[in-house]
Design a protein around this ligand. Structure first.
Ligand code: PEP
Ligand code: MG
Length: 316
């Protein structure tokens, strides 16, 4: 029976046998929210804040950022909004941020690495996020983490931002949830330790594929190697989910692999808590998930397979 996607607005995203996930959306600006609401996205799993910093001559002030974050939080009416701190560098250039010319920008001074050196830039953003968390359901997330110490350092910035707001008598959510993106192989292997320090993980499969397979995500000549069907990716994601769940924290996938229909049964098999996708895909994914049942054995069979062909054959 053909279920009209529109009829799934207001329905939960769960398998036929009742396994429920959160189906969230990726956004880059306030302008994307209407489409999230129209397509019944259940929250924002990734707000890429880079775009706030682009097409201007200096970084947005704390007030400017606060207004944007608060507006998004309000528009979502209590649903969760995960705000990722500035992920500059690599494929994301910002004119006034002068990262020195590097031979390998994707391996260079980008994202959290840059922000940890630019105290003021990161503190300003964290204060804006914290302020907006006072009356909304906002969580904060750090990109490109590779090591435990990097995370501890990022969290100390958040503490500093909280202190500064307290000195100014400004309200924020004292229990704001903190997460990190797992998008480097180092973060995958360190995820047992990282899971003890944060409230959630979000797997950035776009970068995770790039760094695990050593294939530039922008280079079309080698794009045949850029695939979530490399068994290394599936094994990595399994390791991350297992380590997250051992510590009782939630884990999401927010890269494009989250909306790959062939892989969805695997994510469900693994017990993924959340998927964050482009809003136009929400209803088709919900429809698909509602038609399958959870098979917990799928993942253990999949990790025994040796290449993309075997994985595709097995899953289809
Ligand atoms: C990712 O790396 O998968 C991700 C979601 O972040 P971005 O695409 O912005 O790097
Ligand atoms: Mg990324």
């Amino acid at each position: 029976e053909l279920v009209q996607e529109k009829s799934l607005i207001g329905c939960s995203t769960q398998t036929e046998d009742g396994y429920k996930i959160k189906l969230y959306c990726n956004i880059a600006s306030v302008d994307d929210i209407q489409e999230v609401l129209t397509n019944d996205g259940e929250g924002i799993g990734l707000f890429r804040t880079e775009f706030l910093y682009m097409n201007r001559i200096k970084p947005p002030s704390e007030d400017e950022q606060y207004k944007v974050y608060n507006k998004i939080g309000n528009m979502l009416e209590g649903k969760e909004v995960i705000i990722r701190t500035l992920d500059v560098g690599g494929d994301k250039e910002i004119s006034y941020i002068n990262i020195e010319k590097e031979l390998n920008p994707f391996l260079g001074n980008r994202a959290i690495r840059y922000c940890l050196q630019e105290q003021k830039l990161l503190l300003t953003q964290l204060k804006a996020i914290l302020r907006a968390s006072a009356d909304t359901n906002i969580k904060v997330m750090f990109p490109m983490i590779t090591s435990y110490n990097e995370l501890i350092q990022a969290m100390s910035f958040l503490e500093k931002a909280k202190k500064e707001l307290e000195t100014r008598n400004i309200r924020y959510n004292k229990g704001i949830k903190i997460g990190i993106m797992i998008e480097t192989p180092a973060a995958v292997f360190n995820s047992n330790h990282l899971a003890k320090e944060v409230d959630f993980f979000s797997i950035g499969s776009n970068d995770l594929i790039q760094y695990t397979c050593a294939v530039d995500r922008m280079n079309t000549k080698i794009s045949y190697l850029y695939t979530p069907y490399n068994p290394a990716i599936i094994k990595s994601i399994k390791m991350v989910v297992d380590n997250a769940h051992r510590e009782g924290i939630e884990v999401s996938i927010c890269g494009e692999a989250a909306s790959d229909e062939t892989l969805l049964p695997l994510w469900i098999s693994l017990g993924i808590d959340e998927l964050s996708v482009v809003s136009k895909d929400v209803l088709s994914i919900r429809k698909y998930i509602r038609q399958i049942s959870r098979d917990k054995t799928l993942i253990n069979k999949a990790i025994e397979l040796k290449n993309k062909d075997e994985i595709i054959k097995f899953l289809s």
